[in-house]
Design a protein around this ligand. Structure first.
Ligand code: ADP
Ligand code: MG
Length: 248
């Protein structure tokens, strides 16, 4: 393991039946590094993020965040909870609790996963609601919010976790076009704070702009990675070139 990795993923493998969806993924993220993952659909991008906080259980490999190291084969509940405490997840379809207000959606994780008191979590939620520009919607339920507002709550909920690593799974792909801009703006703000993040996105221009590094995945493997200019302007692998031709 390289010592300057804040996050180190080693040999991560995930199978669904006989379908090997992640095939021996190695990845090192430096503190504050912002990494975009691109690639065709069905290639394992979501599964990679989901394995990182055990929404899907990996079959093999090790995930290390700071001084916490979790081995897939032997992970226990306590380690999985510790991993979740250090990661925040932003879902494609927002993943909000329909029966909770915006504020309650944001306090839930800090109370349940981080063990904050209701008061502490409430204070944190109010800070976050101000940051995401939704202080006036604190008591609104998801159905009363626009898609863009719901996803901003989704991001606020991850922010409230004060996680070491934020995971974004295609955070704008379920949104009507009119709401994409405000969500990308909020992610830009989070990225500007030098938050370590992995973001799966189909917004190539956005990836180019915010990422320190871009990873192209295909068939459960990392095919190619490098600075955005290299991946977008001078891709080395034919699979990367062919993908970029299709999406641009
Ligand atoms: P991507 O996010 O790159 O589109 P996914 O990680 O969602 O890809 O899926 C990768 C592969 O894993 C696909 O072939 C998909 O059908 C399969 N897969 C994902 N989740 C499951 C699951 N819960 N059960 C069985 N197969 C799954
Ligand atoms: Mg996906």
């Amino acid at each position: 393991m390289t010592t300057d990795c804040e996050i180190n993923i080693d040999g991560l493998t995930k199978r669904f039946g006989d379908n090997t969806v992640l095939n021996d993924i190695d990845l090192c993220l430096k503190p504050g590094e912002r990494v975009a993952i691109i690639g065709p659909s069905g290639t394992g991008k979501s599964t990679l993020l989901r394995c990182l906080n055990y929404l899907d259980r990996p079959d093999a490999g090790t995930i290390s965040i700071g001084d916490l190291s979790v081995d897939a084969a032997s992970a226990n509940r306590k380690q999985i909870l510790a991993l979740r405490r250090r990661t925040g997840f932003v879902f494609q379809n927002y993943g909000l609790f329909a029966n909770k207000t915006a504020r309650q959606n944001i306090t839930e994780g800090p109370i349940v996963v981080r063990g904050l008191s209701r008061d502490q979590a409430g204070q944190k939620a109010d800070e976050v609601l101000a940051q995401i520009g939704l202080a006036d919607k604190a008591d609104s339920y998801p159905t009363a919010l626009s898609g863009g507002q719901q996803q901003r709550v989704g991001i606020g909920r991850a922010m409230a976790m004060e996680a070491d690593l934020l995971l974004f799974d295609e955070p704008t792909s379920a949104l009507d076009p009119e709401w994409v801009g405000e969500v990308l703006d909020l992610i830009r703000e989070v990225a500007d704070g030098r938050q370590t993040m992995l973001i799966v996105t189909h917004e190539m221009q956005f990836a180019r702009e915010i990422a320190d590094r871009v990873i192209f995945m295909d068939g459960g493997r990392i095919v190619e990675q490098g600075p955005p200019a290299q991946i977008f302007d001078a891709p080395q692998d034919e699979r990367t070139r062919s993908f970029l031709r299709r999406v641009s």
